[in-house]
Design a protein around this ligand. Sequence first.
Ligand code: CAA
Ligand code: NAD
Length: 289
Amino acid sequence: MQRIAVIGAGQMGSGIAQTIAQHGMDVLLSDRDISISEKAKTGIEQALGRLVGKGKIEIADAEAALARITPIADYAPMADAHLIIEAATENEAIKQAIFGEAGKVLAGDAIMASNTSSIPITRMANFTPDPARFIGLHFFNPVPVMGLIEIIPGLATSADTTARTRSFAESLGKQVVEVQDEPGFVVNRILIPMLNEAAFVLGQGTASIEDIDKGCRIGLNHPMGPLALADFVGLDTVLDIVRILQATTGDAKYRPAPLLVKYVEAGWLGRKTGRGFYDYTGEEPVPTR
Ligand code: CAA
Ligand code: NAD
């Protein structure tokens, strides 16, 4: 695969585009508005600049990677893409509308993939032109750093689509796990209840934000505590995933923590809005409770 389209230029779409470009492929990057994809490209330029500054990559390689990324305003240029990766907001209606639009230009042998964290692949396949060429391709945040990709074939996904998608994921230097299309796949099925539980623990006053995170960081040897990680993922995305787990399983154990709901309703979505369980507007993150 040489030309990849990425739809959604938020933190995941940006990381996916950067990683693909650093592996020598061309990327078309789109969002609701071209100004968002252009801003994302500027963010990628800064991320590549930091890698150059640390001596991790050569300046010529950073410039070449950046030149491979083209922000686009509409779907037409995606007709040339070998793979279209949807990485927009974790909302099924938004994704369905995107599949409808991208489906109109999807090339005859191209693959359409979703980076959804939790929405069933088999169900979303109905909104694509060819369910045999639709698959879950689940990256982890931050994409340039994290070594894993989950591949989730839906019921109708062909063996050829799965094999080509695996080969693409491996070409990015990532390890692949192939997962059945079950709620939350593997990693989020285990991770997201932990992040939600941390919000319950905080809401019950069991410990402070700092001590909940310190406990898990030091006691479990995790790189981030669960509240800091929830802020990193995005509290809106965490809540969307919790609700999808609850709806798709019907199991009350996935009910959202009231405090998580409250933070999202306040618009405190974590790092991306500058405030979640921590306030990120100063030099160091400061707990918000
Ligand atoms: N983009 C690119 N590179 C980044 C980065 C970013 N946003 N953040 C950090 N890095 C790089 C740094 O440049 C650094 O690289 P070098 O070692 O080559 O210099 C490296 O990552 C380590 O960074 P730092 O030293 O600044 O910070 P750290 O050691 O605290 O690591 C972290 C930062 C990698 C984010 C680490 O805290 C971590 O692994 N956290 C957990 C991340 C995690 O669990 N991700 C999965 C989330 S769940 C998910 O993605 C699925 C879903 O559907 C919700
Ligand atoms: P984000 O909020 O950072 O970015 C979402 C982007 O989608 C925004 O730029 C938004 O403008 C764009 N968007 C919304 N509607 C659109 C439309 N109709 N057309 C094109 N673009 C549109 O969210 P994110 O964290 O990048 O998450 C994106 C997807 O990746 C979600 O499905 C999420 O569940 C999944 N995901 C997130 C993480 C994570 O840690 N945040 C990890 C793996 C997968």
